[in-house]
Design a protein around this ligand. Structure first.
Ligand code: CO
Length: 271
């Protein structure tokens, strides 16, 4: 074995020792079984590691990664991971997480061809070419890349939702939620970009990826922002349209209509 890798083995010993000191039963529990609640489908980028950015321990998230987090419905690798996660591990959430500044997405929109990776990225490059007018109207290359990184997530969640594995789980009444998130390397934070899908009906009601491209960007919500919107949605709303903040002094409220209006707003944001 190469001597140059000894440092990695040394670091492993330190890591395992620290784990054992903090939690003497940790490795015994790990050896018995894994029971993650989440499947993470992310990019292979070395800076976007699921456990780290989610703050989770080993055993808490099942992971599939590939270049630009693409869901190919003919890819036995991702389909095997997905089937095992849904059917055996019974995960409740599948998170497609892309990231800004993705090299795979940059390659897809570069127009370069001739490498294996260009076959892999073909759905992305085709979508980009199809909507050349939309992207051409953007002010610079950075905007085009950022937007395409976001669109890629919308595209992959749609492709995921179309797999028979997910469809069958939903048809059987399984509680299974698909999420589209994006990670920003510059601040280490995840944003909920949507869509969020929990049923065949929600999937079928989702606008097409082409429509999503044409409609333009929606606000990606941070966890703090989503929490604020949820609190806002739970508050009663005045009939006079004064908004939830003025409800304290008014008797007349229309809770159902108010909450429905906010839910609609959230739905549009999450699209
Ligand atoms: Co990437």
């Amino acid at each position: 074995m190469s001597r140059t890798l000894d440092q990695l083995l040394d670091r492993n010993v330190v890591w395992a020792d620290n784990k054992r000191r903090a939690d003497p039963d940790f490795f015994r529990r790990m050896a018995e079984q894994q029971s993650p609640h989440y499947l993470w489908i992310g990019c292979s980028d070395s800076r976007v590691t699921a456990n780290d950015v989610l703050g989770l321990d080993p055993g808490e998230v099942f992971v599939h990664r590939n270049i630009a987090n693409v869901v190919h419905t003919s890819d036995l690798n991702i389909l095997s991971v997905l089937e095992f996660a849904v059917e055996a591990l019974k995960v409740e959430h599948v998170i497609v997480c892309g990231h800004y500044g993705c090299g795979g997405v940059r390659r897809a929109i570069s127009g370069e061809r001739g490498a294996i990776v260009d076959h892999w990225l073909q759905p992305l490059s085709m979508l980009y070419r199809k909507h050349a007018a939309v992207f051409g109207a953007m002010e610079n290359e950075q905007k085009r890349l950022d937007r395409m990184c976001e669109i890629n997530i919308g595209m992959q969640v749609r492709r995921l939702a179309a797999t028979p594995i997910i469809e069958n789980a939903w048809a059987r009444g399984r509680k299974l939620h698909l999420h589209g998130w994006i990670y920003a390397i510059h601040d280490g934070l995840l944003r909920d970009l949507g869509p969020h899908l929990s049923s065949i009906e929600e999937r079928d009601a989702l606008p097409s990826i082409d429509q999503y491209v044409i409609d333009g960007p929606t606000d990606a919500q941070s966890a703090a922002m989503r929490q604020a919107v949820a609190v806002f949605a739970a508050m009663p709303v005045c009939e006079d349209g004064g908004g939830p903040a003025c409800c304290g002094g008014h008797g007349a409220v229309d809770e159902a209509a108010g909450a429905a209006a906010v839910r609609e707003k959230v739905r549009v944001k999450a699209r």
